[in-house]
Design a protein around this ligand. Structure first.
Ligand code: 1GP
Length: 239
């Protein structure tokens, strides 16, 4: 088993919670990169995710290389499509959008990514990705042209997550969508983490330290913070 996933499993076994900072290459000013690196170093982040639903920037490689040079944290791609793959990262969340029924996001992009992935050293981590309704339309919903699962339908979310586990997914990602109005319901995180034995990642709309802790207490093994850190690089100054 490769390193990143092994470490996530170990953290879960030891009940050590993980925190990923999501960086959208389109929103990073490379000339302010050293400030960003300092803020990340001061933060409790254990992982860096790079990507977004749509990334127009051709700077993914540059960003990943700089992150690798300046930080010791694992850099994991979180791609909206195969154009966002950088061979310089450590790993990739190979996301299948299980909440939707768009074949492109269930298998097509994955097939297209194989020639690149085969030649790379990226650790490919099969991830069941579930979009949960979060108050308004999100970029993932728009780009993937799929509907999120109703936030009250805990049973369907659990069933979908379990199907992902049976299919061999290594992780389940409960996603409210970037900048979501409402976070994934805590009751849902709790039910999913009890239903499956693989690690659970939770992200979307988490904007306070309390919300991070609540997600952890409810059963999230990893929390992803994108917008809150993007809007305020001092967001993690609570330590
Ligand atoms: C989005 O879950 C991530 O894919 C992070 O969301 O930007 O709302 O933190 P935020």
């Amino acid at each position: 088993m490769k390193k990143i996933y092994k470490e996530i499993l170990l953290a879960k076994a030891q009940n050590r919670k993980l925190l990923a900072i999501l960086l959208d290459p389109d929103k990073i000013e490379i000339n302010q990169f050293s400030d960003l690196v300092e803020k990340i170093k001061e933060s409790p982040a254990t992982h860096i995710l790079v990507g977004g639903s749509i990334v127009e920037s051709d700077k993914i490689d540059e960003l990943v290389l700089l992150l690798k040079e300046k930080l010791s944290l694992p850099v994991i791609l979180f791609p909206g499509d195969p154009s966002q793959i950088s061979l310089h990262a450590d790993g990739i969340l190979f996301l299948s959008l299980l909440s939707g029924r768009n074949p492109d996001y269930l298998i097509e992009h994955h097939v297209n990514a194989v020639p690149i992935l085969k030649e790379s050293n990226l650790e490919v981590i099969s991830t069941g990705y579930l979009l949960i309704e979060s108050g308004s339309q999100t970029a993932v919903e728009r780009v993937s042209q799929t509907k999120p699962i109703n936030r009250n339908n805990i049973e369907l979310v659990c069933q979908t997550a379990k199907a992902g586990e049976y299919l061999g997914n290594k992780l389940i990602y409960l996603e409210g969508g970037s900048g979501a109005q409402l976070v994934v319901p805590l009751e849902m995180i709790n039910a999913v983490s009890n239903e499956i034995s693989i690690p659970v990642i939770v992200g979307g709309g988490i904007r306070s330290h309390q919300a991070i802790q609540e997600a952890f207490v409810s059963g999230a093994d990893m929390v992803v913070i994108g917008t809150a850190f993007e809007n305020d690089s001092n967001f993690f100054n609570f330590r």
